[in-house]
Design a protein around this ligand. Structure first.
Ligand SMILES: Nc1nc2c(ncn2[C@@H]2O[C@H](COP(=O)(O)OP(=O)(O)OP(=O)(O)O)[C@@H](O)[C@H]2O)c(=O)[nH]1
Ligand SMILES: [Mg+2]
Length: 249
């Protein structure tokens, strides 16, 4: 079974196209056993109603936060929920953005990579064949800087893109991590640094990690960016320093 967790905050304009593509590409690849879980993070634009209206077309479940709680808490709730749903350690849990910038066609390759023996698969901007459309040069530079810094400070075999939100995990790995650390320690960051946070926490479990090239389609996204760039950079650097010091100390 494949679980696709979509944290969504005001993504009513993007979800129909994303879910349509999702259904098409999964079914074309013969992956018929899947469940999409949309976690509505207190949206005010009718995101929940859009998901409900699409639910006759594909297996999708809607979970709703009582108010806007941010990406980290939303992801934590989504992952906790699907880890509880999953009955098989070889299930695959995928996280991706709900803003239609991540191409669902890549899920097939992620599933294959897990079937080949990997525990974590990252859709990466830094692999041959990756493409980025519609992202400003300054944001590309920031992401690249983060990639280089993390590779130096926290080298992980197979990892170049530490901040990508598009990933696949073997359910058994997440289950173990959730059991041993608990959700609040797997994701202890509150902001967008939560993606790096999860990966660094999973390091303790010595997972096999690989990457597949990401086609990032910012040009398909409707609406402006909602990420606070300055805050995310600050939080990410702060996390890096804290984790590094803790490791040494
Ligand atoms: N910004 C933001 N996103 C949230 C929140 N809660 C859930 N999300 C979802 O988290 C995912 C990632 O957020 P994005 O805003 O796409 O983050 P990003 O891709 O780093 O940056 P942009 O696409 O430039 O905004 C999206 O699916 C959002 O809908 C929240 O409180 N703030
Ligand atoms: Mg995005």
């Amino acid at each position: 079974m494949i679980y696709i967790v979509l944290p969504a905050w005001n993504e009513a304009a993007n979800l129909p196209a994303l879910l349509r593509n999702m259904k098409e590409s999964l079914e074309e690849a013969g992956l018929t056993e899947y469940l999409v879980v949309v976690i509505d993070d207190g949206s005010t634009d009718g995101t929940a109603a859009v998901v409900t209206s699409l639910s006759p077309d594909l297996p999708v479940t809607l979970r709703e936060n009582e108010r806007n709680l941010g990406l980290a808490e939303t992801l934590k709730r989504g992952l906790t929920w699907v880890v509880g749903l999953s009955r098989d350690d070889d299930d695959i849990i995928v996280t991706m953005d709900a803003d239609n910038t991540h191409t669902p066609g890549l899920i097939f390759r992620m599933v294959q990579a897990v079937r080949e023996g990997n525990d974590v698969v990252i859709a990466s901007r830094y692999r041959y064949g990756a493409r980025v459309r519609g992202v400003s040069a300054s944001r590309r530079l920031l992401s690249l800087g983060a990639s280089w810094l993390f590779r130096v400070v926290f080298p992980m075999w197979g990892v170049r893109d530490y901040t990508s939100g598009f990933r696949g995990y073997r359910a058994g790995l997440l289950r173990r991590a959730f059991q041993e650390l608990g959700p609040d320690r797997i994701i202890s960051e509150r902001g967008f640094a939560c993606m790096v946070d999860i990966l660094l926490k999973l390091r303790e479990f010595d997972p096999l990690v690989t990457e597949v090239p990401l086609i990032l389609r910012y040009d398909q996204k409707k609406g402006a960016s909602k990420m606070h760039v300055g805050r995310t950079v600050r939080e990410t650097l702060y996390l890096m320093v804290r984790r590094r010091l803790r490791l040494k100390g």
